[in-house]
Design a protein around this ligand. Structure first.
Ligand code: ASP
Length: 320
């Protein structure tokens, strides 16, 4: 039976403080993604690769997530975005780094995957490739929202390190912080899995900085057994090859939950708190995190569950 899991980023320290005024919008977006893409997967009209692409595209279009429109701002106040995608059955992959002129970085990564070679393209060349393939072109300023400008100004005033305001809830509450990288993993009717991840990175990131999100094996991984998408402080996920490490641990005998725990334990001592989502070819799914919260949701056999803090959100009380 097909399965779809998504995340909208992990972050925050300390005790869960409950939903914020902006969370219903995020929950509504996740619910729409899970329902529409889950049903399409179940009917067989799309495969796992297309499911994760479309799921991430929908989340890139939600300004409250840190991907596509609403991405966090770099040191110089501009948006640069990273994304990657991988297909389980054949290990095909695509990735874009530091793109700034397209609405859907994940579709650009998908186009690279489909073309077959190379695997990664960066900056202007990646934008040009994507636009030539039909990915919607946008003005770089179209990607910038008022909320992110405000967050960037606060970051600048604080003279904080890059990403500091992404997790420091004493500076910003979680309505405004930079978490919100998006990702999806899916299992389709044919037993194939795929993974996709997309981000604007971290507030105040220096020019040219590349996180884990576009790096195959760090932020994204899929093989015949498992698909993984990560979120958190990217440098630690790169240094531990986090997504690939999880797959290897799973292949060599750890349970899915143990393999996820192993990765979160590996990133923590090097400053890499975050979360992962993973789905196996047998339909097992996991969405663990070690931060205060992780926006996450699962569609499994028509059942939708969504969580932000430690517990699932009561969807009936949210009218979503
Ligand atoms: N992993 C992303 C990065 O380091 C950020 C995040 O997931 O919050 O660019």
């Amino acid at each position: 039976m097909p399965v779809l899991a998504i995340h909208g980023g992990a972050g925050g320290d300390g005790e869960w403080r409950g939903l914020t005024s902006l969370d219903p919008e995020r929950v509504q977006c996740m619910h729409h993604v899970l329902e529409s893409i889950g049903n399409a997967l179940a009917s067989g009209t799309i495969d796992a690769l297309e499911a994760v692409t479309q799921a991430v595209e929908l989340m890139e279009d939600e300004p409250l997530f840190n991907a596509g429109i609403g991405s966090v701002l770099d040191e110089d106040g501009t948006v640069t975005m990273d994304a990657s995608i991988m297909n389980g059955s054949d290990g095909a992959a695509g990735s874009v780094v530091n793109v700034r002129q397209i609405r859907h970085p994940i579709r650009a990564a998908n186009c690279i995957l489909k073309q077959g070679w190379p695997v990664m393209l960066n900056s202007e060349a990646a934008d040009e490739f994507a636009i030539q393939k039909g990915v919607e072109k946008v003005e770089p300023t179209w990607l910038i929202t008022e909320l992110r400008k405000k967050q960037w100004s606060r970051w600048k005033e604080q003279n904080a390190r890059p990403g500091a305001t992404d997790e420091d809830d004493s500076v910003l509450d979680h309505d405004m912080d930079g978490m919100g990288t998006v990702g999806a993993v899916a299992l389709d009717k044919n037993g194939n899995v795929a993974a996709a991840t997309s981000t604007g990175g971290m507030t105040g990131k220096p020019k040219g900085r590349i996180g884990d999100t576009p790096i195959i094996g760090a932020g994204t991984w899929a093989d015949p057994n498992i698909a993984v998408s990560c979120t958190g402080v990217g440098e630690a996920f790169i240094r531990t090859c986090a997504a690939h490490r999880l797959a290897t641990k799973y292949e060599t005998g750890l349970s899915l939950d143990e393999a996820c725990r192993d990765v979160l334990d590996a990133v923590e001592p090097i400053g890499g708190r975050g979360g992962v989502i993973a789905v196996t070819k047998d339909g097992d799914v996991a969405t663990p995190f070690q931060t205060m919260l992780m926006y996450r949701g699962v569609w499994n056999d028509g059942e939708i569950t969504i969580g932000i803090g430690p517990n699932d959100v009561d969807l009936d009380s949210m009218d979503s």
